[in-house]
Design a protein around this ligand. Structure first.
Ligand SMILES: Cc1ncc(COP(=O)(O)O)c(C=O)c1O
Length: 344
């Protein structure tokens, strides 16, 4: 069965009978301001997508790595990996995953028949990891915002290599973590790989671009599996420009940081400490947890009734707000205030 995600505005608008143009959609962690679309020559629309060396080199520069593969969103790799890994390591049965985290990972591994072991706050005890197993780390985690530093990850990479296992690092939101904290430059062998999502930081999830940073074994295996023309030509050109544009990237990082600070401040002002337990996240989303189990669900409905669409967690006990623009913050604040007053 398909999983539920944010970004289903049409469906939610219909459910609450409010035209989709009237909503504030903060249901995803996609940046509210997107990279400006450059001019796209007609030939790029007309021709079949071709290998674009300028895009590859821009991506190698941006992700600080030598080997990578462009994909139709990192989701394409998440879905295909379990079956491909079985071909590489027929002994593998066990996969460690965060219990709260982007659920498509668990979905893909369980559908392929692996045994799942969940961890949350702490990574599984390093000495207890089973031989041939897979460890998935979402860094920072969506929706908890939890982040593991490079030193910790290096220990697990070493351990998994020793155990003939695999480390999968999903860095979909790492672009907004201050300092260069990505693990892309440290992938050494076929026992680890990194997934990078283009759409979130650049605000262009609709063009479906992602990257696999891995050694040549994995890049070749995925290329063979996924076949030609995975990524359309216009999307490749847009990504090339965006990845080359370091000035825009710096502005985007700074503005997301300012917007997150303002939004977090607003949320803390609106929801009293008697209701709100904590806010966690990163500069692309904020996740609110509450003292009472049913608060998130009630607030979700109260906000939807006012045309504000956030993401109610699958566990129904937290709310995740994507970062919104300065222009919409006031309206978001009003809706949150009203929802808070209506809570019974
Ligand atoms: C943690 C995480 N990883 C990967 C993805 C997939 O993103 P994409 O396929 O757009 O790269 C998502 C989407 O929300 C996500 O939250």
């Amino acid at each position: 069965m398909a999983l539920l995600h944010g970004g289903q505005l049409q469906h939610v608008a219909k459910q609450y009978n409010i035209p989709s143009s009237d909503w504030i959609d903060v249901s995803t962690g996609i940046a509210p301001v997107s990279y400006p679309i450059p001019n796209i020559p007609l030939s790029v629309w007309q021709q079949l997508p071709q290998q674009n060396p300028e895009l590859i080199s821009a991506a190698q520069q941006y992700y600080q790595c030598t080997q990578l593969m462009i994909t139709n969103g990192s989701q394409a790799i998440i879905k295909a990996l379990p079956a491909l890994y079985r071909q590489k390591n027929a002994e593998c049965q066990d996969v460690y995953l965060p219990s709260r985290g982007y659920k498509e990972h668990a979905h893909a591994w369980i559908n392929a028949g692996y045994n799942l072991h969940f961890y949350q706050e702490f990574l599984p005890e390093i000495t207890e990891i089973l031989p041939n197993s897979v460890l998935v780390i979402i860094n920072p985690n969506n929706p908890t915002g939890q982040f593991f530093n490079g030193q910790v990850i290096a220990q697990y990479q070493e351990r998994l290599k020793h155990l003939n296992g695999l480390l999968v690092l999903d860095e979909a939101f790492i672009d907004v973590i201050p300092g260069n904290q990505s693990y892309c430059s440290q992938i050494e062998n076929s026992h680890s790989l990194v997934l990078r999502s283009f759409g979130k930081f650049f605000g262009l999830a609709g063009i479906r671009i992602g990257f696999l940073v891995a050694n040549s074994y994995w890049c070749a295996a995925f290329k063979e599996l996924l076949g030609p023309w995975q990524i359309n030509g216009p999307a490749q050109l847009i990504a090339q420009h965006a990845l080359q544009d370091t000035t825009w990237q710096a502005t985007q990082k700074n503005s997301l940081k300012q917007l997150r600070i303002a939004q977090e401040y607003m949320l803390k002002q609106v929801f009293p400490q008697t209701i709100l337990r904590d806010i966690n996240g990163c500069n692309l989303f904020l996740t609110l947890s509450f003292h009472q189990q049913d608060t998130a669900k009630k607030l979700y409905h109260l906000l939807c009734q006012q045309g504000v669409y956030c993401r109610l967690s699958d566990e129904q006990d937290t709310l995740r707000f994507g970062i919104t623009t300065e222009e919409l913050l006031e309206r978001l604040a009003l809706a949150c205030r009203q929802a808070c007053q209506q809570l019974t």
